[in-house]
Design a protein around this ligand. Sequence first.
Ligand code: UD1
Length: 315
Amino acid sequence: MSKIVVTGGAGFIGSALVRALLGRQAGEIVVIDNLLSGKEENLAQVREQVQFHRADVCCYETIAPLIAGADTVYHMAAIPSVPRSIEDPVPSHEVNINGAFNVFRAAHETKAARVVYAASSSAYGDSQILPKVETMQPEPKSPYAAQKLLGEYYASVFWSCFGLETVSLRFFNVYGPRQDPSSPYSGVLSLFITALLERRAPVIFGDGEQSRDFTYVDDVAALCIQAAHAGPHVRGRVYNAGNGNRYTLNMVWGLLQKIEGVRIAPTYGPPRPGDVRHSQADITEAVRELGHAPEIGLEEGLRRTLAWYRVTTSA
Ligand code: UD1
């Protein structure tokens, strides 16, 4: 039976990946999560079907035996958020850079077959051309963006220097059920949706005309699995994991109000430091070489996400 490791597997994206893997009966699944932002309840329905280890990717000695001999390691553990990395850069540096290095090193030294690394669209920064293509020069604008980019470079170097198979996927603003809305650093759609359900005004930083390529979590999970199984041509490479569209925050808030049948004017605040203005993925290469095209458009994804928050917040 194959062995699959998911770091950050109790997190929002990691737990969606675990469920997707179980749906494909992929093998023995080992979850590594320190529960800093992950939650065991994210794995509630599947807890008996996975091996859960509360462990920190910053501790090499702890994680190396858990990773040993894996067929695939999905490295999803991270401290996300652009503003958090500006206000408090040390923890995100330690997890996003040193933790990633530890995972690559453990995978290499224990002869794991392939690592799929969760990189970030923030690597593109404010490069003028849209959509963003993988061949563009990265222009990180925040510690978080720089950290995630360095992880990509390590992924590529572990392939070229040590022969560890790696694939990096630049996630574009992932959203969906289980995204934690409880922190000011939470993803904007989790904050918008909770505001909507509580009939509160959301806060929009800046004029709301910045745009994002919001990508539904199940599409990202499916792409990760494709990356693990794609042929030798993907080794050491970087691919966009986006939806291929972009929507301004004003448009998204408008859409949410339409779905819910309410009118609530947002509150506008100052622009956020480190914010990228526009983000949109060119997904040509990812679709062609990894073989998954996104299936969930924004309106459908918002409806699914709203339905989940409505049930969990009323429970
Ligand atoms: C960035 C990355 C994304 C990564 C994420 C990790 C880019 C383009 N995207 O997301 O790939 O997964 O970091 O954290 O760099 N906003 C509001 N009101 C709020 C909260 C946020 O207006 O209450 C705004 C932000 O200023 C920003 C947008 O919404 O313009 C999206 O913010 P957020 O969801 O935090 O993600 P990014 O920083 O874009």
